[in-house]
Design a protein around this ligand. Structure first.
Ligand code: SOE
Length: 405
């Protein structure tokens, strides 16, 4: 119990790099800005390197460090396990936590394979019978402008959807000397740009439209086949300093290793309502840092979003007098907009980290209320099946590949 009589929830987080930092700040800020029904307590941070994990734990206020995730999962004071590790360990850690009766928040993509994702869904559904909740971290759903886009579609303002256009553009490995981080290794990450960032736009477009992808025709490409093996500490994106390697690191990395994932993915898709869609995910779009761009065109109007201007949703109402048509730049900072009321007055913008706070708030609320949060592990499996279909299609010269719906 907190001093003001609220129940607490012990959090144990495995992983402490980029996502670990994003989740740590979310657990801390959620009860400060939102009236959450249960207050998270940062009990244990899990990481194999005690010194590095200890440093992150001190910075974010974790009470203790565990160097073996199994010890963390077994602790009585850990009631929720937050999985922020590379994809190759998601299934093992999440399933063990669910079997131990712990709620689970698992980073995206849910797993590295469909089989692992299926096992995770089975474990989550079994645990749900005893009130254990699970959520996969497709965090961008909780950017206010994205949540507003979904509301507008659900309200019927866009009407029948004809086109979905989605891109996720980054450039952090366009330098061929950028090191071979875990995100470029299939056995660790599952896939490359496809699973790391393409998974987000797959999830977001289905979330906004309320529809599902029924089939794909895809191309994958690996532009740079070998890269320097990182010599030292890896920063947020597996590189020193977070983006590109420093010149010192370039000099230090004489050994080279194979890139075993895609650098870019491009695919066409169909949605259940008949919409035609195009998707692009790449880390070679020089000048684009984190450009999640989604445009939806419907019978009654259109929506357009770009994460590099994330407080804005462009809205076109096709039913008004054409003299007043065109896209309106809606600044999504009103208290009536999703999630905004917890923060600042209108016009005081939100950033990348706020969606992680919203995710923590929604998960805590679901746990306290005994409801199932979304996106569920089953939603994560839906995305995993689409990723697999994209890989299958690309391997078959872009052959049309159905996705089970
Ligand atoms: C790296 O490409 C990365 O950190 C992804 O792993 C995240 O999911 C994305 O949100 C930002 O970029």
């Amino acid at each position: 119990m907190t001093d003001d009589g609220k129940p607490t929830l012990g959090i144990g987080m495995v992983g402490y790099s980029f996502m670990g930092a994003a989740h740590s700040q979310a657990w801390r800020s959620a009860p400060s800005f939102f009236d959450v029904p249960v207050v998270p307590v940062l009990r244990a941070l899990g990481g194999r390197n005690a010194e590095a994990a200890g440093e992150v734990a001190r910075r974010f206020g974790w009470e203790s460090v565990e160097t073996d995730w199994r010890q963390l999962v077994a602790r009585d004071d850990v009631e929720l396990v937050d999985v922020c590790t590379p994809g190759d360990t998601h299934a093992e850690i999440a399933i063990a936590a669910l079997e131990a009766g712990k709620h689970v928040l698992c980073e995206k993509p849910l797993a590295n394979t469909v089989e692992e994702a299926e096992a995770m869904v089975a474990a989550a559904e079994k645990a749900a019978d005893s009130g254990v909740r699970s959520l996969v971290g497709f965090t961008y759903r909780r950017v206010p402008a994205i949540a507003l886009a979904r509301q507008l579609v659900a309200d019927g303002r866009i009407g029948r959807i004809y086109h979905v256009r989605a891109q996720y553009l980054q450039d952090w490995i366009s330098d061929p000397e950028a090191p071979l981080s875990w995100r470029l290794q299939k056995d660790r990450a599952g896939s490359g740009a496809l699973g790391d960032i393409g998974a987000h736009v797959i999830d977001l477009t289905q979330h906004i439209t309320g529809e599902r992808i029924t089939g794909v025709s895809a191309m994958l490409e690996t532009f740079v086949k070998e890269r320097p093996v990182p010599s030292s500490f890896s920063g947020p994106l597996g590189t020193t300093g977070g983006t590109l390697p420093s010149s010192a690191e370039k000099r230090a990395s004489a050994e080279r290793g194979p890139v075993t994932v895609d650098d870019a993915a491009v695919f066409m898709a169909r949605f259940t309502g008949g919409a035609l869609a195009s998707f692009e995910a790449t880390r070679f779009a020089s000048g684009r840092k984190n450009a999640i761009r989604i445009e939806i065109n419907g019978a009654n109007g259109s929506l357009a979003f770009d994460f590099e201007d994330m407080n804005v949703l462009q809205v076109h109402d096709h039913t008004v007098d054409p003299r007043l048509g065109g896209f309106t730049r809606v600044l999504v900072t009103e208290p009536s907009h999703p999630y905004v009321e917890g923060w600042w007055p209108p016009g005081h913008l939100l950033g990348y980290e706020h969606a992680f706070t919203h995710q923590a708030v929604d998960l805590l609320t679901a746990i306290a209320g005994g409801t199932d949060p979304a996106p569920s592990f089953a939603d994560g499996l839906v995305v995993q099946r689409i990723l697999a279909a994209v890989e299958e299609s690309a391997a078959a010269n872009s052959a049309w590949t159905e996705v089970p719906v």
